[in-house]
Design a protein around this ligand. Structure first.
Ligand code: NAG
Ligand code: NAG
Ligand code: NAG
Ligand code: NAG
Ligand code: NAG
Ligand code: NAG
Ligand code: NAG
Ligand code: CA
Ligand code: CA
Length: 567
């Protein structure tokens, strides 16, 4: 055979291999996913509340920073008892956020920019103002058992009535509320205004699929399923509800259910079966309508085995991506070893079984990372989150290192989740460029020096490091994450975390992040000489400097760098 032909065959083979590798990575698997909290992202009409046209006006920003998909917290018609997580009408846009036309326009513009858009979906409950609940109270045809109703218990001696069980609501008090009109209790695992749907009713399954179809027909790319570990509760065949045993724990005001052990209200196997049913529905939709995978992301603070089961149990498939909240647990004294433990907790189970990973460090229910871990760790964590294999999930403002603003706590008593929900800081103008009006939560007064505009183009700003990392996610070395030797990670010492991404024999990237306030050194990490391609502000090095890793290398306190080698 001529060498020319050999080379041709080799090229063909490489091409074929390359194609397979790319084909097996679906868009959501290594996405840069961004959570938009719509109230706080961008206000277009000066009422101080973010809205859909505001988001549309900022879509170009996602392209600029390398985001490939977004998910939006609820934008549906709602009385806002839980900021939209109490949906009054699942197929209507709340006027606060805009109109259906605004939505269609936003989605079309996002797709023009090749951005995917995922909607938050709240399947566990509807608002008590939902038409379905009103029909259910009146026992209208088909709606009688749409929610979880019960007479409660009657004391045989006193004749006094009490709730059906001792179950408690996450936001305080009993999980049961009495309705005079129907003369029954209804179940709510969150606020009394968030009425639990009854998944024992086939009609509920039907309605929820109709809702999904409504949004899929408009073109959305998937759903983030809210609180799926709460979907189904235990009910005996005779209709009664069992009390939950005491947990022995004190009550935690951040979750008023800690007194009980939730064996009958959370993590029931039936939840997973519902997820499988929805996946079948989404896959069928794709078969009929074509297009890319409609992804299902799952929100549940559940044990790792439950999360793994949501993806698949071997015979049935479910949500592609249960969110990994392990990094939400990182706090001030978390070090490289803590990070390794948290990464392993996911990888040892979910990666091993499903080759799937994602990394969430912030969301609208938790204190922001700079506040929890310290501002000196922010850029190091951005490097780690994006360097680990799989999908990175960014909560708005995380890309510029926005901390909590404690004084944002509004209301009396204060809404404990407000500090992490303050308006996005776009620039140094009035209200950080978020709104011309009076904002629904105060803007963090640090905005004149912490905003997108001042960080744009500044070599070692948080935003520039974020952009650098999302760009790296598009390189061969990062795309090879499902191959053997595609990545490795671990704590090199108590304070230094390393992630290596490799396209074997071609390219390698290495993140070295010192999370501590001491100088650290290592000998002979690898035989390669590598180049500094990304540096945080604690690094004394310069872009393009070379580092021989066969010798001794040093990391300054809090220094975090990305090194590159190529053949
Ligand atoms: C939701 O709103 C739409 C549009 O206003 C309306 O057609 C539909 O009947 C409403 N659905 C419910 C359940 O209220
Ligand atoms: C727990 O219950 C108390 C009293 O009802 C309430 O003030 C608090 O906000 C509740 N906690 C949460 C997380 O809702
Ligand atoms: C209902 O069934 C459960 C489980 O079999 C049993 O423990 C309970 O006593 C029954 N309650 C009534 C009122 O029959
Ligand atoms: C997976 O779950 C489905 C639905 O509950 C069940 O029918 C099937 O037997 C399960 N498969 C395995 C391997 O457990
Ligand atoms: C800040 O953003 C707002 C909204 O886009 C804009 O009107 C304003 O001119 C911007 N200010 C600066 C200094 O860029
Ligand atoms: C470096 O190269 C030497 C000699 O080829 C080899 O023995 C050693 O294992 C290599 N070290 C690393 C970290 O690859
Ligand atoms: C992280 C998250 O989305 N949490 C939501 C879970 O569900 C409850 C009730 O719908 C919301 O209040 C939380 O915000
Ligand atoms: Ca507005
Ligand atoms: Ca439920």
């Amino acid at each position: 055979m001529s060498s020319c032909l050999l080379r041709f065959l080799a090229a063909l083979l490489l091409c074929a291999l390359g194609a397979t590798a790319a084909d097996t990575v679906d868009w959501w698997e290594s996405a840069t996913l961004y959570q938009i909290y719509p109230r706080s992202f961008m206000d277009s009409d000066g009422d101080g509340i973010g809205d859909l046209n505001g988001i549309t006006s900022r879509l170009a920003f996602f392209k600029e920073i390398g985001v490939t998909a977004t998910w939006i917290s609820p934008i549906y018609d709602s009385p806002m008892a839980d900021m939209g997580y109490d949906v009054r009408n699942f197929t209507k846009i709340d006027p606060l956020f805009g109109t259906m036309e605004d939505f269609d326009n936003m989605l079309a513009k996002a797709h023009e920019l090749d951005l995917k858009l995922i909607l938050d979906f709240v399947p566990n409950h509807s608002s008590d103002e939902c038409e379905w609940f009103k029909k259910s109270i009146r026992r209208e045809d088909g709606y009688d058992d749409f929610y979880v109703w019960d007479d409660g218990k009657i004391d045989p001696e006193t004749g006094e009535r009490s709730p059906p069980s001792n179950w408690r609501a996450v936001f305080g008090g009993s999980a049961w509320t009495w309705v005079e009109e129907r003369q029954q209790y209804y179940l709510h695992q969150f606020l009394p205004q968030q009425v639990d749907l009854n998944y024992a009713s086939p009609k509920v399954h039907e309605h929820m699929k109709d809702v999904m179809k409504f949004w899929l027909d408009r073109g959305v790319d998937g759903f983030r399923m809210d609180a799926t570990n709460f979907l189904v509760e235990k009910r005996f065949e005779n209709g009664t509800f069992p009390d939950e045993p005491p947990s022995g724990q004190p009550n935690n005001p951040n979750d008023n259910t800690t007194l009980l052990n939730h064996i009958y209200t959370r993590e029931l196997w039936e939840n997973t079966e519902i997820i499988y049913e929805w996946r079948e529905f989404l896959d069928e939709y794709q078969r009929l309508n074509g297009g890319d995978t409609r992804a299902m992301i799952i929100e549940a603070y559940s044990p790792i085995d439950v999360l793994s089961g949501y993806i698949s149990n071997g015979t049935h498939v479910g949500g592609q991506m249960p969110m990994n909240f392990n990094f939400v647990r990182l706090i001030e004294n978390s070090d490289a070893e803590t990070i390794e433990t948290q990464v392993n907790a996911w990888m040892d189970v979910v990666w091993v079984k499903h080759k799937m990973a994602n990394w969430v460090a912030n969301n609208h229910d938790n204190s922001r990372l700079p506040t929890r871990m310290g501002e000196s760790s922010v850029d190091a964590m951005t490097m780690i989150i994006h360097a680990l294999p799989g999908t990175s999930v960014t909560y708005y403002g995380e890309e510029i290192g926005m901390p909590d603003y404690a004084a944002a706590c509004s209301g009396d008593p204060c809404n404990f989740r407000d500090p992490e929900r303050t308006p996005m800081q776009w620039n140094g103008s009035k209200n950080a460029g978020f709104s011309t009006g009076s904002t629904w939560l105060p803007v963090n007064p640090n905005y004149p020096f912490l905003n997108v505009k001042v960080q744009r183009g500044v070599a070692r700003s948080s935003l520039q490091i974020f952009k650098g990392m999302t760009a790296l996610k598009k390189t061969d070395a990062f795309k090879a994450f499902k191959e053997d030797d595609g990545f490795s990670y671990g704590a090199l010492s108590k304070q230094v975390f390393q992630v290596v991404r490799t396209a074997v024999d071609r390219e390698e990237y290495r993140v070295l992040a010192n999370l501590g306030n001491q100088i650290e050194y290592f000998d002979g990490l690898t035989n390669k000489t590598m180049e500094y391609v990304l540096l945080n502000s604690y690094s004394p090095h310069r872009y393009g400097d070379k580092l021989d890793l066969s010798g001794r290398i040093y990391l300054m306190p809090y220094e975090a760098v990305v090194l590159r080698w190529s053949a």
